[in-house]
Design a binder for this molecule. Sequence first.
Ligand code: GCU
Length: 616
Amino acid sequence: MRDEFRYWLPFLTKDVPAELTSPVDVARFELAQALPVVAADMKVELQPDGTASEFFTVRSEGDTVTISGGDVGVLYGVYRVLMALYCGEKLPSDQTQQPKYALRMVNCWDNADGDIERGYSGRSLFFDDGMFDYEPERLRMMARMMASVGLNVACINNVNVRNPAHRLIEDWLPELAEVAAIFRPFGVKLMVSIDYSQPMRHGVPTADPLDERVQNWWNEQCKLVYAAVPDLVGFLVKADSEHRPGPFTYGRNHAEGANMLARALKPHGGKLIWRCFVYNCQQDWRDQKTDRPAAAYNHYVYLDGQFEDNVILQVKNGPFDFQVREPLSPMLLAMPKTSLAIEWQLAQEYTGHQIDIYAMMGMWQEVMADLGSDTIMAMAAVSNWGDDACVYGHPFAAVNMFGYGLLCWNPDAADPEAIARTWAKLTYNFSKADEDTLVDILLESRCAYEKYTSPLGLCWMVTPHVHYGASPDGYEYTAWGTYHRASRDAVGIDRTSSGTGYADQYPAALRDRYSNLETCPDELKLWFHRLRYDYVMADGRTLIQRIYDDHFEGYDWVVAAEEKLAVLPFPEADKALIMERMSRQKKNAREWCDIVNSFFYRFSGVEDAKGRPLYI
Ligand code: GCU
């Protein structure tokens, strides 16, 4: 087995043979190889019920364990039991588990040329050079990692569908069917991103969703697609977003646009996953009225109740774009009659490119606390995989895929510390003291990153397009709608009712929490408010001092983390990679800290109360 895939499944040493075609066969195979390693005296019996159900029941008495459930459920149960035994946990005497959401999706942003959009761990595992190109064992391993944490849908191509990726649902259908067959024994089904204007490649003169020729084209195409891959989950669509084609071109709204595709998919049991990342990416920075975070709500909320029942709106967790900290996207709380999925980004686009350590569990917990797990019916996450020797780029980035699976399975039980600890134990099996060190680093990593980068909810001070490294004015005078508006005296945008009014998109409790300076969390103060540098924060420090302190503290955390990691007993290959990434993180943190502090020093002229260096 390839070593690079061993994260959190240390008890598996053999590849799953290609001949195994059902989840139950895979379950028996995994059990046979792992049980002698994790609990040699234990007897585990499998009782699959022959259905495709995902629930499982674990019963244990003495040395005997029974795992019953649906065929896929039994496979999930086997992985859970093996992990629990490896971690030395006591098995429940009788416990049934079933996933909270039916769709637990991983969105790969892989392009047909083999590049991965926002990929930080190598190239595509599916495509190269304008065609399908994959190693079946690697895909099987990917499917196995997904199944081990209950993930069940893989969208294999980028939401930005560029030529020739549209061929996936055309002449590449035989290969798509082969890939689907590789994933199927692991309970993982495929989904594909489509190009909204695809009929226009085939002589249809328009992509207007209300035009019969367009509808016919999609109806016929869906028949071909489902003949090749009968269990395809459906299509993922990015329309009218960042220059992608969509219904707006024809004066149609997004219910009209989505419903047309949904109707073509419906006879085959397919779903239409419609992304809501729609905003004006050609804004004039001088325009103080247009407020990008308000856009999605304005485009969609009035359409609540108008979508076909197989449409799911997929909404990014925050209203901007996967920033280090954002409040919950308000449209997620405003469409009770529509099926909603939340979209996370495991790929660390704005959060350190899998060079800097950034464990996401704390963010998920915060967002889910405001959202409530029943408000949505599915989860998706942009994947952080690639073909690097370490498929996660940074070994610690694996915790985000692992944790994401557990989050989708049961968000109400996805405790950040439990996730970090289980992952650390499975991956490294350190002594308790070393495990504590690692777990603390993981749990603190997000706030540390937040501190040395853009302050207190401002976001976006990144190097444009690349999105790694500090550039306080990088997006300030651009068309992307992402401004901090720092001046000599103040910084931030008033998004309350006295400003852009964005905060009014929330239900009263959240609106009041964010609008009121006293209750708005410090970390989001500059998201919702424009504040003077001499504004006194709750702890008595001025805003400018808090900005300086956070940045220096964030950097100091990195220095301390490097020292702690240097003495942990990682396997050699991981150690070299971790320390190499750590030194890059340190350099990055130093730059961020000094650039951002100096930026605000130059505007405000205020010295650091502790006399640390600021640069003119
Ligand atoms: C971000 C990201 C793009 C991506 C887009 C999306 O803007 O930078 O690369 O295409 O999100 O989610 O569609």
